[in-house]
Design a binder for this molecule. Structure first.
Ligand code: NAD
Length: 379
C-alpha cells in the first residue's frame, strides 16, 4: 500500500509561482498524508509552515524534525493551535472523524482550509462545514488530487465535449483484491467509514465531476466487512480492531434521469469489479478499472464507443504521459493560489457535498436495509 501511495510524492515541481505575501500555514494532524502537504509547502517561497498540531505527544515535533521545518510551534490539538496562532491557512490532515470539527473551528478562526478527502464521515458534518464556510467568507478546498492527473482529466473533457450525448447510465467503482490499509482507516472511531470513504469517494468523483455533479436523489446501499474482521486474511492486531466496511455497493438515482451503479472494495475474491462505464445517447466511454483511484493514472487507455456512418466504432483515446508524480504538489499549489488571489476554491464543498451525500446515503441505507431519500437542506 505504502509502495503504491509513495509514488505520488511531489517529486518534481511543475511550476513555481510566488506571490509577495508569505502565507502563514499550519498543519493539523501530522500522520501519513501530512507528509505530502509539508513537502509541497516547503517547496513554495510564498508559504511558511509556522505551526503543527497532533493529538499524539511528540509526533508533530518528530515530523518537523524529519522535514527540516524550522521555527514552527507545536500544539497538542487543533483548538490550542487556532487559539494561539494567527494563520492564513491550514491543512486538515487528520483522520476522517475529526475532519468536521477541525475544519469548522479553523473557519470560525478566520482561516482558509485545505481538507483531506473524504470531506467528512456523515452528510450532517459536511453540511456543517458548508455553513461554516459560508459564514466565514473563507474557502475550503477538498484534497482530491486525481483531479490534477492528465488522463483522469480526459474523462471530464470527453463528457463535457458532448460526444456522449445525454448521459443516462454510469457504472463506477473498482478497488482491490487485497488492500486494507490498516492504521486509523479501519476503526469507526477514527475512519468512520472504510473503503467507502477511502477510495469510494474518488471513484464517485471521477465520474460525477465529469458530469458537473448531478444532484443525488435516492440511494440503495450495501456494505460488508467480512475480510477485514477475519484473521484468515488479516493479522489479529488489525482484525480485532476492524469495524468498518471493506466492500460497498449501491444503486444511486441522480437528477436528470441518470442511474449510477457503484461498487468499491478493499478486499474480495475477485481481481476487479469491472471497468467504469458512462453511457450516453451518442456514445459510451469505458474507463479502465483502477485499484486505488487516487491519481496513480490509468494503465490502459479510455475507449470511446460511437457510430460513424452507420458503423459501430471504438476509438482509443491515447494515454498521455502521466503527471502522477506532481499531482500532490499541484493540489496544494492550487489551494495556495486560491488563498493568495482570493479566488474560488479549486475543489469546492458545494460539489463535494453531493459526493458526501452519496457516501452517507450508502452507509445509512445499508444500515436500514432499504432505499433512502437524500435530503440536502439549503446551506
Ligand atoms: N489524498 C490522499 O491520497 C490520501 C492518502 C492517505 C490518506 N488521506 C486522508 O488523509 C487523512 C489522514 O490520513 P493519514 O493516513 O495521514 O492518517 P494518520 O492516522 O496517519 O494521521 C492522522 C493524524 O491526525 C491526528 N489528529 C486527529 N485529530 C486531531 C486533532 N483534532 N488535532 C490534531 N491532530 C489530530 C492524529 O493524532 C494522527 O496523528 C484521512 O482523512 C485520509 O482519508 C488522503
Amino acid at each position: 500500500m505504502a509502495d503504491v501511495l509513495s509514488k505520488f510524492r511531489p517529486d518534481e515541481v511543475v511550476e513555481q509561482k510566488t506571490f509577495q505575501k508569505k502565507l502563514k500555514v499550519g498543519i493539523i494532524g501530522t500522520g501519513w498524508i501530512a507528509e505530502s502537504h509539508a513537502e509541497s509547502y516547503l517547496k513554495m517561497d510564498d508559504v511558511e509552515i509556522v505551526a503543527l498540531a497532533d493529538l499524539i505527544p511528540g509526533k508533530a515535533e518528530k515530523f518537523a524534525a524529519r522535514y527540516g521545518i524550522k521555527g514552527a510551534r507545536f500544539y497538542p490539538d487543533h483548538k490550542s493551535m487556532l487559539e494561539q496562532e494567527t494563520l492564513d491557512a491550514v491543512s486538515v490532515c487528520t483522520y476522517n472523524t475529526t475532519h468536521c470539527e477541525c475544519t469548522v473551528d479553523a473557519l470560525q478562526a478566520g482561516v482558509h482550509v485545505l481538507l483531506e478527502k473524504p470531506m467528512t464521515v456523515t452528510l450532517e458534518e459536511a453540511i456543517a462545514i458548508c455553513r461554516a464556510e459560508k459564514a466565514s467568507g473563507k474557502i475550503v478546498d477538498i484534497g482530491f488530487q486525481p483531479r490534477y492527473e492528465v488522463n483522469f482529466q480526459m474523462i471530464r473533457n470527453i463528457v463535457q465535449s458532448g460526444a456522449l450525448g445525454k448521459i443516462y447510465y454510469i457504472q463506477t467503482g473498482g478497488g482491490r483484491r487485497r488492500g486494507i490499509p490498516g492504521s486509523t482507516f479501519i476503526e469507526k472511531k477514527t475512519g468512520g467509514i472504510g473503503a467507502l470513504g477511502d477510495i469510494g469517494c474518488y471513484a464517485l468523483d471521477a465520474v460525477l465531476h465529469a458530469l458537473d455533479y448531478p444532484k443525488p436523489l435516492t440511494v440503495t446501499g450495501y456494505t460488508s466487512g467480512y475480510f477485514g474482521a477475519s484473521t484468515e486474511y488479516y493479522p489479529e492486531s488489525d482484525a480485532s480492531r476492524f469495524n468498518v466496511d471493506d466492500f460497498a455497493a449501491a444503486f444511486i438515482r441522480l437528477e436528470g434521469d441518470i442511474i449510477c451503479d457503484f461498487r468499491i472494495s478493499w478486499a474480495m475474491h475477485m481481481d476487479t469489479t469491472g471497468d467504469s462505464l458512462i453511457l450516453g445517447t451518442k456514445g459510451g466511454l469505458r474507463i479502465p478499472s483502477t485499484e486505488c483511484w487516487n491519481g496513480y493514472g490509468l494503465d490502459r487507455p479510455l475507449i470511446y464507443y460511437h457510430d460513424v456512418g452507420g458503423s459501430q466504432v471504438e476509438t482509443e483515446i491515447p494515454l498521455k504521459d502521466s503527471n502522477a508524480g506532481t499531482i500532490f504538489y499541484e493540489k496544494v499549489r492550487a489551494f495556495v493560489d486560491a488563498v493568495q488571489t482570493g479566488g474560488p476554491s479549486p475543489i469546492s464543498t458545494a460539489k463535494i457535498l453531493y459526493n458526501q451525500a452519496i457516501l452517507d446515503g450508502i452507509a445509512k441505507s445499508a444500515q436500514l436495509g432499504h432505499e433512502v431519500e437524500i435530503v440536502i437542506p439549503e446551506i
